[in-house]
Design a protein around this ligand. Sequence first.
Ligand code: 0O2
Length: 211
Amino acid sequence: MERHWEFFLAPYKQAVEELKVKLKGMRAQFEMQGVHSPIEFVTGRVKPIASILDKAQKKNIPLDQLEEQMQDIAGLRMMCQFVDDIKTVVQLLRQRNDFTIVEERDYITQKKESGYRSYHVVIRYPVQMIYGEKNILVEIQIRTLAMNFWATIEHSLNYKYSGKFPEDIRQRLQRAAEAAYLLDEEMSKIRFEIQEAQAAFSRKQDVKDDE
Ligand code: 0O2
């Protein structure tokens, strides 16, 4: 990797690693209390250089303005079981004082044209570097497992077709987005049944672990 990129991306890498620990820690605290965790799992990544360059070109972002204009060089994803969990997670993020929220984008009540649904929270996160504090933008995407399934598949197909889907694929993706939406709705309706079963299962596991 070119030295320039290595220096530029260093605080982003640091931020992703730190935030993975912090956000996974939230899940661990729910587990410790033996209550339903609104967070199922957390992932994080630094955008590959090729994708940064691609996006900068597409969106006409000058390379010397990446820091302010590209909000997702550092990205975290928080996956939830139920749509209602997303609100809880956003509330938890709003309460934290280790970063500030600069923007929220709700693609759940206002899904994207593609069928994409997710809740995006852009934060300004302070990273302690040896030369001082560096404040960087990080995008946190919060979505259900069904939303994540759809987005992951659509993202791979998007890559394959460079965003220009044949008509039949486009229609199938729309139908799949609708199916993912219905899946979320159905799961929400039986949420309490599911949670009761999960709580009973985890109590059984605890007894086993103590044996
Ligand atoms: P990658 O590979 O995930 O890093 P824009 O990308 O122009 O729509 P903007 O202003 O960068 O939007 O921010 P926005 O809308 O919050 O979207 C940024 C990220 O959201 C994308 O990053 C994707 O991760 C995700 N996303 C947005 N729309 C879609 C979509 O239609 N399908 C899928 N699968 N993901 C989407 P990147 O840079 O596109 O890609």
